[in-house]
Write a new protein. Structure first.
Length: 197
């Protein structure tokens, strides 16, 4: 992953879920984003969601609270109310988390965060690209990738990085219903098919 990125810009159609509102998490995300937009608090809400996502990555207890069906709605609500000030979560997001807890939907939080990011990027005139790589990308690689994608698409691009060691090297970039697969795994698979045939 060192050096310059080289892409074969072949776009494939991938299955689209019919838009953000097609899922339960999407409907919650749309409601949260709409409220944040109406209150002119999009930046505060997205910062709070980033903080929550980072906290979930670091805390097994928080992951359990969010994901476990064994935690009652009442207990989850109490825990979320106690946790929100400690994480400096904005009031809109804090209330929203309370609603998720009361409805037994905290398990949707990761998907809600992803959907709100997409809605916020769309509102800013950006495109969100999910980028999978075999190793974590450094800041310089992310900046070059953003520049490459902006030149190709004609608009700013927000990168959502994921690490997938099975790719071996290279990248897989998903832009909505389009996919750019420049992974070594796919190149090796294509080579193996060509040799068979």
């Amino acid at each position: 992953m060192h050096g310059t990125f080289f892409f074969v810009w072949s776009f494939e159609r991938v299955e689209n879920s019919g838009g953000i509102q097609a899922s339960l998490a999407g409907r919650y995300a749309t409601a949260l984003f709409g409220l944040a937009r109406d209150e002119q608090q999009i930046d505060a809400v997205t910062r709070s969601l980033d903080t929550l996502e980072a906290a979930m990555a670091e805390s097994a207890d928080l992951r359990t609270l969010v994901a476990s069906p064994l935690v009652s709605r009442v207990e989850a609500g109490k825990a979320i109310r106690a946790l929100s000030p400690a994480l400096s979560v904005d009031p809109i997001t804090a209330k929203f988390l309370g609603v998720l807890a009361e409805n037994g939907r905290l398990g949707e939080l990761k998907s809600v965060i992803k959907a709100v990011r997409k809605l916020a990027a769309d509102a800013r005139g950006e495109t969100t690209a999910e980028v999978s790589s075999a190793h974590a990308l450094n800041d310089d690689q992310v900046a070059r990738l953003k520049s490459n994608l902006k030149a190709r698409l004609g608009r700013d691009v927000t990168i959502e990085p994921k690490v997938d060691p099975e790719l071996l090297g290279g990248l897989v970039v998903r832009l909505g219903s389009q996919m750019i697969d420049a992974s070594i795994r796919t190149k090796l698979n294509n080579l193996a098919l060509a040799m068979k045939g």
